[in-house]
Design a binder for this molecule. Structure first.
Ligand code: ZN
Length: 341
């Protein structure tokens, strides 16, 4: 196997013919069958883009989803999208209008079958597929049915598991659960969050990953980050719990991050998909920048357990900048292989 294989956190910018650009909640530019076809064409196009940039483990770029949580919830019965209430989310960091759970949660059918199959047909590379995590999902919906946050989280985890198993059967090689909420509710991560994560990946024989993160460069996140001090040590409590979990890979930011690199040693045994590309700046990393982050990580992670990735999703980024950053990622990992093999 290649040393320092490359991947991305998950999302990529959508082409202008598919959706509005540079937005977290872009409106689609097509509808009906034309939209369904455009999503799949975009999926194939971003896979080619990743292959050409030297990305080893590719994703569908989340081309078929308007938003990474609601892209899943659209396919879940038991949620009343017309009944929206204002709720403080991510530990009250920001307010959002969220839909209400009014009945038992079940899947209406397959969620990501079309894009998973199109992705599989488009490449011989390994494919990673992302799903929002149970804790993050329940932090984005109001409950008028379960009466218990944790009970609702496990109901969600079972639905995720149902879709994850089907994705594996579609030929997906790695399922990644995105849990930005793991960085907000640290006690709950320990008490039930990891168990809910394990429920979501239960029985999978493909590779598994969890992405935890400090969020996109939106204002509410940036304001929150200024309160965290010079060194971000939130992961100090989360990493030892994740180290004991059944998940295979942990996907985290490192480029321009305030997270002290030595915390990675708390993830003993895990493969680390380390962010060597900053998604919060338009500045393009050099291959030396990328190799530099890999070298820093090597002090705390065995080199055969390092995968080079992006800090977070790139959905709201300019297309040309995202493409240049993918190339920097591919070239930087290649440089690291020559220097550190
Ligand atoms: Zn992220």
């Amino acid at each position: 196997m290649t040393l320092f294989p490359t991947t991305i956190a998950g999302s990529l910018p959508k082409p202008a013919w598919l959706a509005e650009q540079n937005k977290l909640w872009p409106a689609w530019k097509q509808s009906g069958e034309a939209l369904a076809k455009a999503k799949l064409d975009a999926t194939a196009a971003v896979i080619k883009l990743q292959e050409d940039a030297g990305i080893d483990i590719v994703t569908d770029g989340e081309m078929s989803r308007q938003h990474f949580v609601h892209g899943f919830l659209e396919y879940v019965s038991g949620i009343d999208f017309a009944r929206k209430i204002e709720m403080g989310i991510r530990g009250d960091r920001y307010k959002a209008m969220v839909p209400t759970v009014t009945g038992a949660l079940t899947l209406k059918g397959r969620v990501h079958e079309a894009e998973a199959k199109r992705a599989r047909a488009a490449t011989k590379h390994k494919i990673k597929f992302t799903l929002p995590g149970p804790m993050t999902i329940i932090d984005t919906i109001a409950d008028a049915y379960y009466g218990d946050r944790v009970k609702m989280a496990f109901a969600v985890a079972k639905l995720l598991n149902q879709e994850a198993r089907a994705l594996q059967a579609d030929g997906i090689d790695m399922i990644q659960i995105d849990e930005p909420a793991f960085n907000v509710y640290m006690d709950e991560v320990r008490d039930w969050g990891v168990e809910a994560l394990e429920t979501a990946i239960d029985g999978l024989t493909c590779e598994t990953a969890v992405h935890i993160c400090y969020g996109y460069g939106i204002k509410a996140n940036n304001d929150w980050k200024t309160t965290l001090g010079g060194e971000w040590r939130q992961y100090e409590t989360t990493f030892p719990v994740l180290a004991k979990s059944k998940v295979g890979h942990v996907v985290i930011e490192a480029r321009n991050s305030h997270v002290p690199m030595e915390l990675l040693s708390l993830l003993k045994g895990k493969t680390i998909q380390i962010g060597v590309i900053d998604v919060a700046t338009d500045e393009i990393e050099s291959p030396e920048d990328v190799a530099g982050v890999i070298e820093a990580a090597m002090k705390f992670v065995p080199k055969d357990k390092i995968v080079a990735s992006t800090n977070c999703g790139m959905a709201p980024m300019r297309e040309d900048i995202a493409a240049a950053k993918l190339k920097a990622l591919g070239a930087g990992a290649a440089l690291a292989r020559r220097k550190f093999a």
